[in-house]
Ligand binder design. Structure first.
Ligand code: SAM
Length: 253
């Protein structure tokens, strides 16, 4: 079995990413859970190009963003400076993060934990969160709720997942195929990129799936108390039909 897990460069090419990810439907959820004290310190892990970091900083929060993809961080820094915002963007792997600082709230948004392929990767990231969280601080996390029907259908057909024009003028069409590995819980997704009408490349987007009961247990074993588990950003209670697993957690000393 091939245990080389990958995310292609084009997936996290900042302009290609930003052209596709213009939505902000998760922002009000994250804003709602921010601490009320003005001197609160916030840490966003896997911040990418700052899609959420910038609007949260605009609210007046002292927020720091961490990501290990330099092109995404470059874009985040450029966007922050254009908006006149002072944000600390740090290039680091969340599994080995050591900022020597504690935060009132930490969050890992937008399905980013699906890139933590092995249990040890997840456990290392959760250790980092614990080490950087103040006592009583909140930890927020969102990811997909694995949908077996979606995967079965997704393996049968190639479907268009996005069609848009980037800021730098490229017309992008993305078609998706997938193949789920039963043993590793990795969904081997491939995105086939067509740029300006011509096939450009196939990019891997491997995603580790976390089943609801296992994820609850991992978080609890790592010392977190689940205060809420929602199934949508409207804070509907997590249930059988939920597309998402959205956690509000507190570290239990
Ligand atoms: C789906 S994007 C989310 C970006 C941004 N938070 C947003 O909401 O648009 C996932 C991000 O996670 C980053 N990432 C994945 N694994 C990481 C790790 N181990 N350490 C740091 N960043 C990581 C990728 O570089 C990418 O920018």
């Amino acid at each position: 079995m091939n245990t080389d897990y990958k995310v292609g460069d084009l997936i996290y090419d900042a302009d290609i990413y930003d052209g596709m990810n213009t939505f902000l439907s998760d922002l009000s959820f994250y804003k709602k859970w921010m601490p009320k004290n003005e001197d609160a310190k916030i840490l966003e892990l896997c911040c990418g190009t700052g899609r959420l970091t910038l609007p949260i900083a605009k609210e007046g929060y002292n927020i720091c963003g961490v990501d290990y993809t330099s092109s995404m961080l470059e874009q985040a820094k450029a966007r922050a400076s254009e908006a006149g915002l002072e944000i600390d963007f740090i290039e680091a792997d969340i599994r080995t993060l050591n900022l020597q600082e504690k935060f009132d709230l930490i969050f890992i948004p937008y399905n980013s934990i699906h890139h933590l392929y092995k249990n040890d990767d997840l456990f290392a990231a959760l250790r980092s969160v614990r080490n950087h969280l103040k006592e009583g601080g909140l930890f927020l996390l969102d990811c997909f709720n694995p949908n077996i029907q979606y995967i079965v259908e997704g393996e049968k057909v190639q479907s268009v997942v996005a069609e848009y024009t980037t800021n730098d003028g490229r017309e992008v069409l993305i078609k998706q195929t997938m193949c789920y590995e039963n043993a590793t819980q990795i969904n081997r997704i491939e995105w086939h990129y067509y740029i300006n009408g011509e096939f450009h490349s196939t990019q891997n987007l491997d995603m580790r799936l976390f089943f609801p009961q296992e994820l609850d247990s991992y978080l609890e074993w790592a010392g977190f108390n689940i205060i809420h588990k929602f199934g949508s950003f409207k804070e509907e209670v997590f249930n059988d039909k939920s597309e998402k697993q959205i956690f509000v957690l507190v570290f239990n000393k």
